[in-house]
Design a protein around this ligand. Structure first.
Ligand SMILES: [Zn+2]
Length: 314
């Protein structure tokens, strides 16, 4: 299911950010898509060999390559892309958010156990999803669906993992792979290589195995409090680092604590984030793609509780 989004991602980008177009579109469009639209034609079909490190999305020369206001092609394309109201009206895909996947310890607080799922319980969750006919989708598929109405599997689910903890690599990913599932791992880069967290090599491996790596900031500060340099420290630099690790663009973001405000959205877009994930709050009526909803799959939940929560929350 890569192709529909690959072909459509460029028009989608064009609505929002010339910088995004120039960065991401060059990388993928140059390799895979036929040039069909005026906007696509305006972009040099630079092809990046897979082993070459992808440049960070802050180069002025990239920005200069495409006029910021190429109104004519953008207007033409906009007619075929859903507006915010249409996106909000589509049925939501259930998106689950996990944190630590490990057995409970005596010192774990009652509250913490919502965020820590014992290994066997996690395995039961994933088995329930597979037995119930769910199939995992990744963010690019979700975006294609939301922006164009392209079909998804009959019972789609997205499995996301925040905060970089090691059990996501040692327990969660192998369990997903038993069922052909793919996960989305939102990495807090300050933790890379620390005890009980994933290493850079493990993150790279997850990416190589077809899972998606997204950004969860440098050190998990509340996005609503960022000013000036914070955007560089918390979004730009981590994004660049993740791209260096995976060799792929970093285009998806999860808000620490699920907290966001409308002012954050243009800042994320400027830095190449095509979608952002919160928790279970209301979506932004103007920008539902940067306020996509998830629920925390609690460590207390049986598979049945999880199933009910998925049906009730989305
Ligand atoms: Zn987090």
């Amino acid at each position: 299911m890569k192709y529909p989004y690959t072909r459509l991602r460029l028009p989608f980008f064009a609505l929002f950010s010339a910088l995004s177009i120039s960065f991401s579109a060059c990388i993928r469009e140059g390799k895979t898509a036929e040039t069909t639209s005026p906007v696509e034609a305006a972009i040099p079909a630079t092809s990046y060999p897979a082993e070459v490190t992808i440049p960070a999305p802050d180069s002025l020369s990239l920005q200069a390559a495409i006029p910021a206001e190429s109104a004519q092609p953008v207007t033409a394309i906009a007619n075929s892309i859903a507006d915010a109201e249409t996106i909000i009206a589509r049925k939501q895909v259930p998106i689950l958010c996990y944190h630590q996947v490990r057995d409970w310890r005596e010192k774990d607080s009652k509250q913490a156990k919502d965020y820590i799922i014992p290994e066997d319980r996690f395995k039961d969750h994933i088995k329930m999803l597979a037995d119930s006919g769910y199939q995992t989708v990744l963010p690019d598929q979700l975006l294609t669906y939301l922006t164009t109405g392209a079909p998804l599997p009959e019972k789609p689910v997205m499995l996301t993992f925040d905060d970089t903890s090691l059990g996501q690599y040692t327990v969660a990913a192998p369990e997903l792979e038993k069922y052909g599932f793919k996960g989305v791992f939102f990495i807090m880069t300050v933790s890379l290589g620390r005890p009980n967290y994933m290493t850079r090599a493990q993150v790279k491996e997850l990416s190589d195995r077809g899972h998606l790596i997204g950004s969860h900031t440098w050190d998990h500060q509340n996005v609503k409090k960022y000013q000036g340099q914070d955007w560089i420290t918390q979004v730009e630099k981590p994004s660049r680092q993740l791209t260096e690790i995976t060799g792929k663009p970093t285009e998806f973001f999860a808000y620490p604590f699920g907290l966001w405000n409308p002012e954050a959205i243009p800042e994320l877009k400027q830095r190449g984030m095509v979608a952002a994930f919160q928790l279970a709050g209301k979506r932004d009526p103007q920008d539902p793609l940067h306020s996509i909803r998830r629920i925390i799959a609690s460590g207390y939940w049986s598979p049945g509780s999880l199933h009910r929560a998925m049906e009730n929350s989305f």
